[in-house]
Ligand binder design. Structure first.
Ligand code: IPD
Ligand code: CA
Ligand code: CA
Length: 274
């Protein structure tokens, strides 16, 4: 695969160093997660008792953000657990780090979680890495360079082109203050309109699964930039589509709503959801 990108018609900018660094750090953080999975670790909560956090989230984040700020001191780094740095330079690079996406699964011993690292340049995603440490699967993408799974190109589901055949996935906010955001959605209608519906518990990994065709469509309300930054690029570079709930360009803001799919079912999905 070619990992080059031409953002302004002419000057080729190579993203290899960024994607390789992100994959290396995601795997290092993944080792921590793998070592602690199913064992002893301290745990607590953030905004409410169901919004879980563990020592592993914090250690993994420090590992990633510490290395990113050492290697790329001029870049802005936004980490879910609060580490990072804000910088401004002529070329505006921003890293979004979710050191452990799927903390609830991790705490309950369900082997479905990931490390998510994305890089935006001037507000546009250019690198995405989502690593599943418990299955040793590394999804990576660069703008214009396609999406890989453990180094091999992948693409979105080509066989299911109608909602009735789609395997959908969604998720629910841990913080109950946002439960009202689920109200407008007719889950009975959605479940009846697709092949089946899942909620697997790691938005980043769910997006990665869309990118390689294991799932057909995904939506969730009330996510944060670090949940989706990397995964959204994986989906787009694998030939899929990512929008907000109005079918508009997704912007990486707090408490965002996202719809992602193989592209073919996107309009039908938007229509049945909102
Ligand atoms: C959560 C996961 C989950 C989604 C939640 C997120 P976290 O992230 O992505 O799938 O449904 O809304 O908060 O807290 O495990 O990093
Ligand atoms: Ca997350
Ligand atoms: Ca997290």
């Amino acid at each position: 695969m070619i990992n080059n990108y031409k953002p302004d018609g002419g000057k080729t900018v190579k993203y290899n160093i960024y994607v390789n660094t992100a994959a290396t750090l995601a795997k290092k953080a993944g080792e921590l997660i793998r070592d602690k999975f199913g064992g002893e670790f301290t745990r607590g909560y953030k905004s409410c008792p169901s919004d879980l956090v563990t020592e592993v989230d914090r250690q993994a984040e420090l590992l990633i953000t510490g290395e990113l700020s050492r290697i790329f001191p001029e870049h802005t780094i936004i980490g879910e657990e609060g580490s990072g740095q804000v910088k401004s330079s002529a070329n505006d690079y921003t890293w979004y780090v979710d050191p452990l996406d799927g903390t609830t699964n991790f705490v309950y011993g369900i082997p479905f979680c990931s490390v998510s690292i994305g890089l935006a340049r001037d507000g546009k995603m250019v690198v995405g890495v989502v690593y599943d440490p418990l299955h040793d699967e590394c999804f990576s993408a660069t703008a214009g360079g396609g999406t890989n799974l453990n180094g091999r190109p992948v693409e979105v589901d080509q066989s299911r082109r109608e909602l009735s055949k789609a395997l959908l996935v969604t998720g629910y906010p841990a913080n109950k203050d946002f439960s009202h955001r689920l109200e407008g959605i007719n889950y009975q209608q959605v479940a009846a309109g697709c092949s089946n519906l899942r909620a697997l518990g790691s938005a980043a990994l769910e997006l990665a699964y869309i990118s390689c065709g294991r799932l057909t469509g995904f939506w969730e309300n009330t996510l944060m930039p670090w949940d989706v930054a990397a995964g959204a690029l994986l989906v787009e570079e694998a030939g899929g589509k990512v929008t907000d709930i109005n079918g508009e360009v997704l912007s990486l803001e707090n408490h965002l709503s996202i719809v992602a799919s193989n592209g073919y079912i996107h309009e039908e999905l938007l229509k049945i959801l909102f």
